[in-house]
Design a protein around this ligand. Sequence first.
Ligand code: GAL
Length: 378
Amino acid sequence: MSLSLKKATAYTVGLGLVVASLAACSSSSTSSTGTATGGSGGGSGQLIGVFMPTTQLPRWNRDGDELKKDLTADGYKVSVQYADNKNDQQISQIETAINDNAKVLVIASIDGTTLGPTLAKAKAKGIKVIAYDRLILNTPNVDYYDTFDNQKVGTLQGQFIVKQLGLDAGKGPFNFEAFAGSPDDNNAAFFFKGAYDVLKPYVDSGKLVSVSGKWPKTVDDWKQIGILGWGSDKAQAEMENRLNSFYTGGKKVQVVLSPNDSLALGISKALQNAGYTAADFPVLTGQDADQANTVNILNGLQSMTVWKDTRAEAKQAAKMVKEILDNTTVDVNNTTDYNNGVKVVPSFLLAPQVVTKDTVQSILVDSGFWTKKDLGLS
Ligand code: GAL
């Protein structure tokens, strides 16, 4: 059952005092990679399991590094594992942590619909679960959700397109191509809904012309234009196919909705290979402020990215871990919208931010997210 995109029926979920039972403290060994121990915090060496999808998608490396740093500083033993985007591998890693008596699991799931049986084992041992960035679905055994407002990411992408093209100032029509994220990632549904709700009126009015026709009839049909595993190569191949099939005889694509930077990187390569330059590059959106994409933005080969400061997201998850294990109130700011198909999961949402060529310095460099050197700036 896929997560319905409709906001959950309004629940009166009393914020109240969320008091998690303090799991029995017991030291445990762990054989996983990326384990760190120490730090001056009160974590008393309790094991925390951290599970990221893959190192191949740049942003998750930052998340894992920051979580290891913050949780270690709090005195926990931390096992950070990556699963090469292989769902069975991630499930096996989580089960190992459960057997190793981890106290809290922080999970950026590969396929959030498949963890029910594993998380039932966690529940049976009093282990708490934080869904990280991607909501875990169809199980009561996820205790908290730490994320950016992912529908807002899509809304910002849609609004950027409208503004950049001057659609509300009578400009248009423009040749438009749309992409969506990995069909197994329910975040992709949120990204697409945010953008779709903004852009649909302009497609319906003919201001945005889906030349390839790859524009879903309804918001729930987004998987039709999804790119499995968020692969840059797959996105590049799809863009090349569209260019070769629909953009002949001098017809130019003028705007591309890409939900994140890994797809935008492939799309940008396809456009450059087809002869597009900064002088006639289409409006191209993205997300994550990945290094290569930020350089592309500076060089006019991508128009914007939606920045989610993964340091802040990781710090928030580490804070939740400490609040759980210190048996204090777990700080959340959304207790109504994230229905995972079984329950509304108490969540903490952070705010995403648009970055363009003019704000790379003030937002990404000045915050230390990237250095000038990282970006080839003098
Ligand atoms: C999403 C995540 C995005 C995007 C994508 C690929 O779930 O929220 O930041 O990068 O995965 O990693």
